[in-house]
Design a protein around this ligand. Structure first.
Ligand code: AMP
Length: 325
């Protein structure tokens, strides 16, 4: 895939992003509409998003009811599907709805289907992946993937309330083994029992990761490390038809960009978080993955510039009017 963000480095020479997580079929209702039996899953959103920046290796399972058109769609984005198993049984299914507070997904039904008995076996070609995204799924499966990869440069994870309450110990184990943890504000509060997002982030840092990104939906995201705090706004959209997958496409953008740039310093992560916000802002413009599937690199680059403008302000010495106060 030609990439105008590129400095001439072919996609094949970039770091690879291994993504594990749910791949499934969603039924979603929001105040602006609904979509039934559409392509969803955390790993799906994250993979498609990351594929705009770097090669993606997908790990997961689908049932024999999973439409082959959805597989074709992932393959058409250059996503490597050798690590995607097809099992007898039902594909993962999630149904949920959003009220006017789009930051809060209400799950109506979560059916793990073939994920309940899934154990990932990574193909040999996946073992040397440089970047690993443990997207939302059972933390025990996240651990199984981590046990197999050889020497990744950066490992990131995500989770949600379902696993924080259901598999807390395994999740804490995962957090002890990753470099970067993604969580939304409600999840960070639930995990740490702390109201303050800043205190919650510090507590999660103490559990292991060097970086924590707290996602706050329409209020943007904040990156925390021991020495740095960086906030990026959300893109001001007038309408958000479907926030599903915002977090996952955010993470795919962060990991994809880091794989593209190879920069795992604080500086590189800051840029990654902006690209993550860019990708999430496109994702929520339409239901399911519809917007992502017709997104272009030039649109990504243009929105990155808009983010720069959105968050830019003068240095104090250039502001000029302080003396006049
Ligand atoms: P997000 O909106 O970014 O939090 O993620 C939405 C996606 O997460 C949906 O497409 C669902 O299929 C998926 N999902 C919902 N519940 C779970 C769960 N318990 N484990 C893994 N994935 C889930």
């Amino acid at each position: 895939m030609h990439n105008p963000l590129s400095s001439g480095v072919p996609n094949s020479a970039r770091g690879k992003v291994l993504v594990v997580g749910s791949i499934g079929i969603d039924c979603v209702k929001t105040p602006l509409g609904e979509a039934n039996d559409v392509l969803g899953g955390a790993a799906t959103y994250a993979s498609v998003s990351a594929s705009f920046f770097a090669p993606v290796l997908l790990v997961g399972v689908v049932g024999d009811d999973f439409p082959s058109a959805y597989l074709d769609l992932l393959a058409s984005h250059g996503i490597d599907l050798q690590g995607l198993q097809r099992a007898n049984g039902e594909t993962f299914r999630w149904s949920g709805f959003y009220d006017y507070d789009l930051n809060q997904a209400h799950s109506l039904d979560t059916r793990l289907g073939v994920f309940a008995s899934f154990h990932p076996t990574l193909p040999a070609s996946y073992l040397d992946a440089e970047y690993v995204l443990l997207a939302n799924i059972d933390p025990e499966l996240q651990l199984e993937v981590l046990e197999q990869v050889r020497k990744p440069r950066l490992v990131a994870c995500d989770t949600m309330n379902f696993w924080i309450s259901g598999k807390r110990d395994a999740l804490v184990d995962v957090l002890g083994k990753v470099d970067l943890a993604f969580m939304n504000d409600a999840e960070a509060r639930q995990l740490t029992g702390t109201m303050s997002i800043v205190k919650a982030a510090r507590e999660i840092l103490r559990m292991g990761p060097s970086y924590v990104v707290i996602k706050k939906g329409e209020h943007g995201a904040t990156l925390f490390s021991a020495t740095d705090t960086f906030s990026v706004p959300a893109y001001p959209l007038e309408e958000v038809p479907d926030p599903t997958g915002a977090g996952d496409s955010f993470e795919g953008g962060v990991l994809g960009f880091i794989a593209y740039s190879g920069d795992i310093s604080e500086h590189g992560l800051r840029k990654g978080v902006v690209y993550g916000s860019v990708m999430a802002s496109f994702n929520v413009e339409e239901f399911s993955l519809r917007r992502m599937l017709r997104l272009s690199h030039s649109e990504i680059a243009a929105r990155y510039r808009e983010f720069k403008r959105l968050a830019f302000f003068e240095a104090l010495e250039d502001a000029g009017d302080l003396e006049a106060l």
